[in-house]
Design a protein. Structure first.
Length: 375
């Protein structure tokens, strides 16, 4: 994987020649440097992209859109045209392409689409070139993914003041602490993403131990919900994956789940109303059980074997949940209880207010801090 402070290519040098990462200190006193550059936090996820930047009112603008593209034939010109984000998913749900669905792009076409997607964001949301961009990225498990990540970052038209890439698992944990206190702590982060489950321990910003599993993911939950709705309605209702994801995001709830009522127009049947009782929560409950099993069987044993003192330290500190699945009400409490039962000791599990936005907000804090206190 790309280390949290691992700069990507030559583009990670700021205009003044200084490294584009790090937290500069001089005799233990932080020195603030004025700048006109705009700090940007960017998380390009397998399902959603989140962009964070300051506005003229002194608060933050947060953009959240689907990481997807749809190609279609323009009826007037006959040329191939492209739509991105939520608009693409709404209009072309049957053919929309999520270019980060398998993590980082693994082929040239996906890299080009990812670059086009970023420039679409730049144009639509008027992101200034004179900006400092921190990208929160998923785990990089192979050289091709690392190479493509470098290419995507180096090709961005934004980030003239500097660019850098940090682990999504680390960036996502930052908002659970004050400011950038995460850089000084030892903790475990569980990134509950669409395509992977990423479990990491960080010590002073550096990764100590990381395990990434593609067999436990939000996308798998979506597919199970889709199949469950089909089975629960005796094959009458067939929803697409985008609808299954919306059901999960809107209705999954460990605290107060209520059956979902919906309707659809069926050929020869007219408007057909149906009720969903088990198809949403059953896959989510299986997901939580799988997460706890992965932590107990895949992560903790190896961490304890290789870094025993760090393992003991992690159990005494809050475990941070981040990613879209962590938004489900009551999920962190359920995981906390299950881990406490398995370990036979009290474990604390926390998350930021918006775990789905946390990686981009954490990336923004890094950009802001670097601009203000860079030597």
């Amino acid at each position: 994987m790309v280390e949290p402070n691992d700069n990507i290519g030559n583009d990670t040098m700021a205009d003044d020649g200084n490294p584009a990462y790090g937290f500069a200190e001089n005799n233990n006193t932080m020195r603030k440097r004025s700048t006109d550059s705009i700090p940007i936090g960017l998380k390009i996820g397998s399902t959603r992209t989140v962009l964070v930047m300051p506005n003229y009112e002194g608060s933050l603008d947060i953009v959240r859109t689907l990481t997807c593209v749809a190609k279609y034939r323009d009826l007037f010109t006959g040329k191939l045209a492209t739509k991105f984000g939520d608009e693409a998913a709404e209009e072309y749900a049957d053919s929309v392409y999520f270019m980060f669905r398998a993590g980082l792009p693994q082929d040239d076409d996906s890299v080009k689409l990812a670059a086009q997607f970023i420039e679409y964001l730049v144009y639509k949301y008027n992101i200034p070139e004179n900006s400092y961009v921190t990208l929160a990225h998923p785990a990089v498990e192979n050289d091709r993914g690392r190479k493509n990540l470098k290419e995507i970052i180096s090709g961005m038209s934004i980030g003239r003041a500097g660019r850098q890439a940090w682990s999504e698992a680390f960036c996502g944990a930052i908002p659970a602490f004050d400011g950038l206190d995460a850089i000084k702590k030892t903790f475990m982060s569980v990134n509950m993403g669409s395509t992977t489950l990423e479990m990491s321990v960080f010590r002073n910003g550096e990764p100590v131990h990381t395990v990434t599993l593609g067999t436990i993911s939000g996308n798998i939950v979506d597919r199970k919900i889709r199949l469950g709705v089909q089975n629960e309605t005796q094959g009458i209702v067939n929803i697409d994956l985008n609808t299954a994801r919306k059901y999960k995001e809107e209705f999954a709830n460990f605290i107060d789940y209520k059956p979902v009522y919906d309707s659809v127009h069926i050929h020869d049947k007219g408007q057909y109303g149906f009720k969903i009782e088990k198809s949403i929560m059953k896959p989510v409950e299986e997901y939580v059980n799988n997460v706890v099993e992965a932590i107990m069987e895949n992560f903790f044993p190896q961490l304890a074997q290789d870094h025993y003192q760090t393992y003991k330290r992690v159990l005494s500190e809050p475990i941070i949940l981040t990613g879209g699945m962590a938004c489900i009400p009551g999920l962190k409490e359920r995981i906390q209880q299950l881990l406490s039962d398995e370990l036979e000791q009290k474990v604390t599990v926390i998350s930021s207010d918006r775990p789905d936005l946390a990686p981009a907000i954490g990336a923004y804090r890094i950009s802001e801090y670097t601009l203000q206190y860079r030597e």
